[in-house]
Design a protein around this ligand. Sequence first.
Ligand code: ADP
Ligand code: MG
Length: 687
Amino acid sequence: MTSITKLPINQLNGVGPKKLAKLQALQIHTVADILNLKPNRYENRSQLTHIADAPIGKLISVKGIVKSIRVIKGRNWKKRLEITIEDTTSSIKGVWFNQPYLKEQFKRGQTIIFSGKISNYKGLQISSPDFEIIDTEADNMPNRYASTGRVVAIYPLCQGLNQNFLRKLADQALTKFSTSIKTILTQDIHTPSSINNRLTAIENLHFPKTIDEAENARLYLAFEEFFLFQIAILTQKQKNKKQNSNAFICNQKIDARIKRLFTFSFTDAQNRVIEEIKQDMLKPKPMIRLVQGDVGSGKTAVAIYTMLVAVANKSQACIMAPTEILAKQHEQTIKTLLKHSSVKTVLIVGSLTTKEKTKALQQIASGEANIIIGTHALVQEKVTFDNLGLAVIDEQHKFGVLQRNTLVTKGKHTKLLLMSATPIPRSMALTIYGDLDISIIDQLPPGRKNIITKQIPKQSRHKAYQFIRTKLQEGQQAYCVYPLVEESEKLDLKSATEMANLFATEIFPEFTIALLHGKLDGATKNRIMQSFNDGKIQILVSTVVIEVGVNVPNANIMLIEEAQRFGLAQIHQLRGRIGRGSQEAHCLLMAGETSQSTRKRLAVLTSTNDGFKISEADLQIRGPGEFMGTKQHGIPTFNYGDVLSDFTLMSDARLQAQILLSADAELINYKKIKIASQKYQDLIIGA
Ligand code: ADP
Ligand code: MG
């Protein structure tokens, strides 16, 4: 029988081409995917409240029949949709503003459940309630997918799919394929859940009798994936230990020759990290080392040093950066440093012409190129190295594990150096990154200006503009950043574009303004950056493409819009672009929404410039940018568990995995675990 992980979802009844497309939009492709679909939350509908008994101000669910559907034009052209439902005791309105399109879904006579907080405003109402249109026929049958009379799982949705459909689909999958749901964890592994088999866990995930049962199911499944992940990490660690690599020579002569190239002397922290890296280079063992250091702490210099050690050993070295702007900047830095030397550098990025690319590829393959600088263009199949001894990955969290691994396997015994400006605590790093060593640059080069960061209330926007104007008149330059969230890329671009126009025409008509965003082609981006660099542009309005690696010492003002939407670490990285010159630097945080919690979160940034402290706060507080937070730190994401909020579960899983492997290192008696853990290989950074 085909495994359910390979069985297309349209093998289930009721999934035609239209529904299939919608399911795929939710990343549900197979029968296993629907079984593993984690509900967003649960609602206890075992006892619905009668409308007349519903307490004001409390979160409740009521069921009734639709009596009227009205769209009312209010002031300011706002449209209000009102749906009134009625049960045997009373009636209540569901009210939505400016979503007239919702109307299409409702019909008089339908049975609906509203969930939300009841208020009494010209009669009982719930504003923007969660709602579910009830399939009364299904509910009158005794089945577990009824939408009332029990605890109900609420799934993530997309337009065109409703709760009922997903629920029935989960039920169908469970009924038809229950025998394919195999328990992976053997009974000798102590899960923190009271459940001891996968089938029960999946059943209770979708159709729990109590909320407790649902949480226990999630706990079982989260533990399972963490455990398998830890097995993958620990087996990889065993493998790494057995592997051999090249030993490089790094003697004093080489050290002196390299250090002479730099116009500054390294900080103590840089020197310490270089020593740690050298110890790895000297050994005939693979190197996987992560260098964590705040923005501006001088990681690039350390990377260049390390690359030059590899080159001195007649190896090639490469550095991969997440954006073309950054790659080019690295190229510039390296070329300037090496202008009197015979070391040959080559750039490989997407925007090269075919001719340039052919030449670069040939130089890389022949070994003529010693240092190769590039973007992810480096991991393309066409790129072959003569002898890649060292790979550096800058801003490592911006890359997938697969890209990292592909790069390393382009050499025979390539040593790997990862760089990150968003540190995570060491104990956590060891648990979730896998088998890597960590070095920390905990000191900034001398002469760095402090960045003065302030939160600007929305009503003081014009004061902020006035402040910026004064600074521009003094000859400084400014960034205005519109952080970009992937899901709403279009929206952000629109906002950034509007902002740039508004600046150019109304607010700062006397200055030159340019807009930089990710959708521009490489040549245009570079031209704009160059003009900004040359001081021809005073205000650079930008999405987060500038986040990494722009270095314009005369730009010391940064205005960040919609600051509340982002992780603290990300804002900290952004502001690391300023304070690089001799002027005092100012970072102004403008938040579109200013709740107390937002203000408190952003206050971390106004109170400290220490990247490690900010990073820790980021991981602890995790505001609306929760996902951003994890992504920004390169923390792997799982289906059931959350590395941060379930960290003790992860530690427990690690302990259990260690116990199992110490008893059976090859997993000879645990074939199922061995196979299942392979899927998690792709999440390991230090592999
Ligand atoms: P990071 O990559 O850690 O954010 P960079 O390597 O880009 O930081 O360094 C930021 C700036 O500091 C660069 O202009 C670099 O030349 C300079 N720099 C690095 N190390 C030192 C040092 N030891 N002394 C003075 N300046 C330094
Ligand atoms: Mg850097």
